[in-house]
Design a protein around this ligand. Structure first.
Ligand code: FPP
Length: 248
């Protein structure tokens, strides 16, 4: 039996989010510059995307660049942005062929003009695709997103468009950049780190976390199957007791 054949199609997570970590260490292990790790990380992006779409997962979110990543050495930032531009340019045809829609969350205004242009063109071109949505978190951090949402809500209250009493957690949901995306049921982080690193803090409230020691460039479709299988063995209680879940 292969790993894939053990996956229960009826219990698939609808949305998987991944913190792709370990590119730098992967390159260092080979005596190479960090960008070599990022370049090899693109192959893993392709594998994870294809495997997710084939399984029937509807949303895949990849943490590609955080707001904190702008503080990395200038050369690495420039090289990463170039890599993003060339990858988006190269892969848009594959996204079209596979009926995959591209979306982005984050502070797009901060991206270099070329990157922003390439990204918005790919988002526009793929917008009617329906098989799966690939969400790139770019210049993204959850604290940035939540702060922006709070400011917009406060402004609406100030302008008399919203009553303080009517604010619920749904109001927050509706003002985040993830407003049209269901919350991830499964969050995967590679490279043996056990941190959330300012990623989807609100949206991951009830997600299952899966950690693997594999460095991101080594992550392949079998690793994704393993994570999904692990997820399927968990009991999601959402604050209730095991008995309540089993009797409902
Ligand atoms: C984290 O590894 C990885 C990143 C900050 C960038 C991820 C980018 C890619 C995989 C390439 C392009 C992606 C797309 C979506 C086209 P790290 O550098 O923090 O590794 P380290 O912890 O070993 O230093």
């Amino acid at each position: 039996m292969t790993l894939k054949s053990n996956i229960d199609e009826r219990k698939l997570p609808q949305h998987v989010a991944i913190i792709m970590d370990g590119n730098g260490r992967w390159a260092k292990d080979r005596g190479k510059f960090r960008i070599f790790g990022h370049q090899n990380g693109v192959k893993a992006v392709r594998e994870a995307t294809e495997a997710s779409a084939e399984l029937g997962i509807k949303y895949l979110t990849l943490y590609a660049f955080s707001t904190e990543n702008w503080n990395r050495p200038q050369l690495e930032v420039i090289a990463l942005m170039e890599l993003l531009v060339s990858t988006i340019r190269k892969e848009t045809a594959t996204l079209m062929k596979n009926n995959i829609r591209l979306m982005a969350i984050g502070n797009m205004q901060d991206l270099p003009a070329k990157c922003f242009k390439e990204l918005t063109a790919a988002i526009e071109e793929t917008k009617n695709n329906t098989r799966m949505t690939l969400v790139l978190a770019l210049s993204y951090s959850s604290k940035w997103d939540i702060t922006k949402a709070v400011k917009t809500i406060a402004q609406k209250v100030k302008d008399g468009l919203l009553e303080v009493e009517s604010i619920t957690h749904n109001t927050i949901d509706e003002h985040l950049s993830t407003k049209d995306i269901p919350s991830p049921e499964l969050m995967i982080r590679t490279s043996g780190e056990h941190r959330i690193s300012n990623f989807l803090l609100w949206e991951l409230a009830y997600s299952e976390f899966y950690f693997t020691d594999k460095l991101w460039p080594d992550f392949n479709r079998e690793d994704l199957y393993e994570a999904v299988l692990d997820y399927q063995q968990r009991e999601r209680r959402f604050g209730k007791t095991s008995e309540q879940i089993n009797n409902s």
